[in-house]
Ligand binder design. Structure first.
Ligand SMILES: Cc1cc2nc3c(=O)[nH]c(=O)nc-3n(C[C@H](O)[C@H](O)[C@H](O)COP(=O)(O)O)c2cc1C
Length: 299
């Protein structure tokens, strides 16, 4: 696996279950990331988010700050994935409070220890997903990226926002460009990609090797093919969202996805549809997959 010219599904907790990842892969995602999995919980035996079966393009993302737990977790899934990612970007206070995710951007030495442990002990490509920095006063993506490159990672994902910058502020392409110019390994540009045009903008503005899409894929897994077609200069065909949703339901059945999760995703699929708001309200009250199908059939 190389990390060049890839259109990638970003890790998203509460979104990237097996059915959604499969659907994204069917619609062109070259690589899919798992939800972030807590390495401490994993080592203690929790497998709640480890819904790994038969994917050929899955990278498992782990959260943590203890090299031993992260290596043990990575080895625990190594036969089911094509790579391991270290989460250095999660901004949530409960994660930062545990000195994990974006908190680690302030502690290069610890990042080095974790990455070194992974590269030495796990016979798979290791990637990191970083942010521009911890906050606006500490924009250090370049030095963290260089450190990870030196420790032997296979690619570096960069979300071009600091931890304290919310989605209302546009992604900062310049920091991703600086990272790209500073390291030898492939760089994956991430942030604000919602269609072919914004994907091209990410490639052109930063020189990144691959792009990673988060929110733009929610309820819209066909974005990966759409981007590929756009980048080839062609017009994409309209995708039948109903068919896509039925395919999603088949995966949910096959992998026994919980109904609450199915319902949440079902609502995202109505995003941008005429009358979508009303359908979402009705879906709220649905009690079964058949009810969801019935509501969908009226759309
Ligand atoms: C619902 C949701 C869940 C997320 N979960 C994770 C996660 O588990 N790990 C991670 O590194 N980033 C996570 N992110 C951040 C995304 O991977 C991505 O970096 C960010 O949304 C910017 O990309 P976008 O503009 O394409 O959404 C999450 C984002 C969203 C919206």
């Amino acid at each position: 696996m190389n990390f060049k010219n890839k259109i990638i599904l970003a890790p998203m907790v509460s979104v990237n279950n097996i059915a959604f990842r499969k659907l994204c892969s069917d619609y062109g995602a070259d690589i899919v990331y798992s939800q972030m999995i807590d390495s401490v919980g994993f080592v203690r035996g929790s497998r709640r988010l480890v819904d790994f079966y038969d994917e050929k393009n899955l990278i498992s993302q782990f959260l943590g700050n203890d090299p031993k737990s992260i290596v043990e977790s990575a080895l625990g899934v190594a036969d089911k994935v094509i790579g391991i990612d270290l989460n250095l970007g999660c901004p949530h206070s409960n994660v930062v409070g545990r000195k994990c995710g974006s908190y680690l951007m302030k502690f290069p030495k610890r990042i080095g220890d974790v990455v070194k442990g992974l590269v030495k002990n796990v016979d798979l490509p290791i990637t990191v997903k970083i942010r521009a920095g911890y906050d606006k006063g500490h924009i250090n993506a370049v030095s963290i990226a260089k450190l990870c490159d030196g420790e032997g990672v296979s690619a570096i994902g960069v979300h071009g926002r600091a931890r304290t910058v919310n989605y209302m502020t546009p992604v900062d392409y310049s920091i991703i460009k600086k990272v790209k110019e500073s390291v030898g390994v492939p760089v994956i540009g991430n942030g604000d990609i919602f269609d072919g045009e914004s994907a091209k903008k990410m490639f052109d503005s930063t020189g990144c090797d691959s792009v990673m899409i988060g929110r733009g894929a929610m309820g819209n897994p066909c974005i990966f093919d759409e981007i590929k077609i756009y980048l080839k200069g062609k017009n994409s065909k309209k995708v039948d969202k109903k068919r896509m949703f039925l395919r999603y339901l088949r995966y949910c059945k096959r992998y026994e996805v919980a109904f609450v999760e199915i319902k949440k995703q079902a609502q995202w699929f109505t995003k941008g549809m005429v009358g979508g708001g009303e359908f979402r309200l009705r879906m709220n009250d649905a009690k079964s997959v058949d009810e969801l199908k019935e509501i969908y059939s009226e759309i």
